[in-house]
Design a protein around this ligand. Structure first.
Ligand SMILES: *[C@@H]1O[C@H](CO)[C@@H](O)[C@H](O)[C@H]1NC(C)=O
Ligand SMILES: *[C@@H]1O[C@H](CO)[C@@H](O)[C@H](O)[C@H]1NC(C)=O
Ligand SMILES: *[C@@H]1O[C@H](CO)[C@@H](O)[C@H](O)[C@H]1NC(C)=O
Ligand SMILES: *[C@@H]1O[C@H](CO)[C@@H](O)[C@H](O)[C@H]1NC(C)=O
Ligand SMILES: *[C@@H]1O[C@H](CO)[C@@H](O)[C@H](O)[C@H]1NC(C)=O
Ligand SMILES: *[C@@H]1O[C@H](CO)[C@@H](O)[C@H](O)[C@H]1NC(C)=O
Ligand SMILES: *[C@@H]1O[C@H](CO)[C@@H](O)[C@H](O)[C@H]1NC(C)=O
Length: 361
């Protein structure tokens, strides 16, 4: 409702401006864009891209381009396109065009250009030697790799055989680490190897260093529940259709008697989270990851993961706070393709769309 009202007000004022003030002189400033620069999600390193900006005005508009709010081109009537050839990492930034004539200027919403890339893993030929005793868990960290965005797909092999997602004693954490649970001496001396794929960078695939894990016999037949990787605090802006994952990867012996449950505080009351419209808690994943679908501000709050062996009296717990902020006004401005209009001559102050949109809120 609010948006369409602003649109009507803007339309009326622009019309008013054109009819009464500007047309008197048969000239008018740029008042809206017919085409705005469009940023893709990611741009593979080395690729080409063109940003385009179009408006009309009399006298003919001149176009200039800004990167991160700094001018990067001179103004010219033919400069309505900005071309990247062979994009570099340092081309990442937000780009706007400015269209102007002697009567006024219009600044576009930013087009975010993110150059995607991935380097080799550091020390990719390294073998890290690690050791634990049986019944314990160990985290094989995702080794550092320079990648934008974070590799979409991370897979691990054990002695060159891909790890089965159906084996309950393995879990790849959200940040790509491999978590080995309830290890036995038969697991000893195996080699684990990670591969990362950056699908935004033309599917670049990199092989990481290796881990050799030695398991020594502890003689333990029971190991109490522990949280190996707990949920992390998350702060996000609502994004329709998107989801968030919280994780709680727990160890115990026997693993088959481990129970993991999720709770959240709702109006000060601890409430169990179950598989439902908003929350995904598939049985097959042993409740290790809680997915919050279509997250919104009402999902904000404290989330608690509890782990215990069947028959235990008290669970071990880990907490995380989720903060979801609503969409901001800038979302509305972005959709209109207008951030603000700068006054060049006092004559057109009535056409200041910026003020109008603000006044309407
Ligand atoms: C802008 O014009 C000046 C003077 O002609 C020139 O020296 C400068 O290189 C130009 N800048 C860009 C970014 O093209
Ligand atoms: C961006 O990086 C390239 C090399 O990757 C370099 O040649 C160029 O000068 C850099 N540009 C800026 C503005 O830093
Ligand atoms: C990689 O190797 C170098 C030298 O061998 C070492 O200094 C560095 O700590 C290693 N990095 C990691 C992540 O192990
Ligand atoms: C781990 O052990 C292997 C074989 O014993 C050895 O070749 C390798 O250098 C060791 N790695 C480190 C980082 O010490
Ligand atoms: C998570 O947030 C809570 C408060 O909201 C804070 O007490 C806690 O230290 C945070 N945990 C981490 C790991 O930052
Ligand atoms: C998973 O959570 C549900 C409650 O939503 C609980 O009934 C079930 O026992 C849990 N499963 C495991 C394996 O912990
Ligand atoms: C998690 O939150 C609950 C409820 O506020 C609290 O009882 C518990 O002590 C917290 N646990 C940790 C590990 O912070």
């Amino acid at each position: 409702m609010r948006r369409s009202r602003s649109a009507v007000v803007i339309y009326l004022l622009v019309t008013f401006c054109k009819e009464f003030i500007c047309q008197a002189e048969n000239v008018f400033p740029p008042t809206s864009f017919s085409e705005v620069p469009n940023g893709d999600m990611y741009q593979a390193e080395g690729s080409n891209k063109v940003l385009t900006c179009k408006t009309s005005s009399l006298p003919t508009p001149e176009y200039g381009w800004l990167k991160n709010d700094q001018y990067i081109t001179n103004f010219s009537t033919t400069g309505y396109q900005f071309r990247f050839t062979n994009t570099k990492r340092n081309d990442t930034g937000y780009y706007r065009c400015e269209a102007r004539n002697t009567l006024g200027a219009l600044l576009s919403a930013p087009a975010v250009v993110t150059v995607a890339y991935m380097d080799d893993f550091e020390n990719s030929s390294h073998i890290f030697n690690m050791s634990i005793s049986s019944g314990q868990a160990i985290v094989l960290p995702m080794p550092p790799v320079k990648s934008v965005p974070f590799p979409k797909s991370i897979s691990w092999t054990r002695n060159q055989i891909p790890l089965s997602v159906y084996d309950t004693r393995y879990q790849i954490s959200i940040d790509g680490a491999l978590v080995l649970l309830d290890q036995t001496t038969t697991d000893s001396n195996k080699i684990y190897h990670v591969t990362a794929t950056n699908t935004h960078s033309d599917g670049l695939e990199m092989l990481g260093p290796q881990y050799r894990v030695t398991v020594t016999e502890s003689g333990l037949t029971a190991v109490p529940a522990s949280i190996v990787v707990g949920p992390k605090n998350v702060t996000v802006v609502q994004d329709v259709g998107d989801s968030i994952k919280l994780e709680c990867i727990c160890n115990a012996r026997p693993l088959s008697s481990l129970i993991v449950r999720w709770f959240r505080m709702v109006n000060g009351v601890k409430t169990e989270v179950i598989d439902s419209i908003d929350f995904l808690l598939p049985v097959s994943e042993k409740n290790r990851t809680l997915t919050i679908k279509n997250y919104k501000p009402s999902h904000s709050g404290l989330y608690i993961c509890e782990a215990m062996l069947l028959g235990d009296a008290t669970p071990v717990t880990a907490n995380a706070t989720l903060e979801v902020h609503g969409e901001y006004l800038c979302g509305v401005l972005r959709k209109l393709g207008i951030m603000h209009v700068r006054k060049v001559s006092s004559q057109i102050s009535l056409c200041s769309l910026h003020r109008l949109i603000r006044d309407d809120t």
